[in-house]
Write a new protein. Structure first.
Length: 202
């Protein structure tokens, strides 16, 4: 029997799925870190290594990449849609960067689309609650703000059955703006004074 499973396992094991851990003079925050524990984000930037990813976590990340590829490639095949993939976004003033999954233009309207995957239980719980995860909204808002695009979509895909949910985020949402800038101000101030950010309120 050809060891197909072994080939796939070896490929997954060789994946590099972590942020750089070398300390830097100028901090470099990532949009995907928004909504996380700011102390953990700060320590990563100092060069404190993150725990090694276990085998299952690596597979979860890889599945997320596959779902994103499926969604974006499907959209790109649709007549009349222009899709830019992995659009680099930079904010040199606040030291944050990221890559938007897709910038989509259709019938003269442009939006940013962030693709997220969930297992079915989490997906249907989210549908019941009726809103996207706040950290995903913050990530998308950052892209909208820097790309000067009025609105975008967080698109969730259930990994078990490909059910899809779509949630809109607006660039002019002042509450998300305050949350994003508040986190960045805290991180940059902590870096300036070389002290840990305060503990998150419970």
């Amino acid at each position: 029997m050809i060891p197909v499973k072994q080939f796939i396992d070896e490929s997954l094991a060789s994946a590099v799925l972590s942020y750089p851990v070398a300390p830097a003079l100028i901090p470099k925050w990532y949009a995907s870190q928004l909504g996380r524990c700011l102390r953990g984000v700060y320590l990563e930037q100092l060069g404190v290594p993150r725990p090694k990813l276990d085998d299952r976590t690596i597979r979860v990340f890889r599945m997320g990449d596959m779902v994103e590829e499926f969604v974006v490639s499907t959209l790109a095949k649709h007549e009349g849609i222009n899709v830019e993939r992995q659009v680099r976004v930079e904010d040199s003033e606040r030291h944050m960067s990221g890559k938007a999954d897709a910038v989509i233009t259709y019938k003269g309207e442009t939006e940013v689309c962030e693709v997220k995957s969930k297992h079915s239980r989490a997906f249907w719980y989210m549908k019941k609650e009726g809103q996207a995860a706040r950290n995903h909204m913050q990530q998308l808002w950052f892209y909208l703000y820097k790309l000067d695009i009025p609105k975008g979509t967080v698109l969730y895909v259930s990994k078990d059955d490909l059910c899809i949910a779509q949630y809109e985020v607006l660039r002019d949402d002042e509450s998300i703006k305050s949350e994003v800038f508040g986190q960045l101000d805290t991180l940059n101030r902590a870096w300036q004074y070389q002290e840990l950010p305060p503990m998150a309120e419970k």
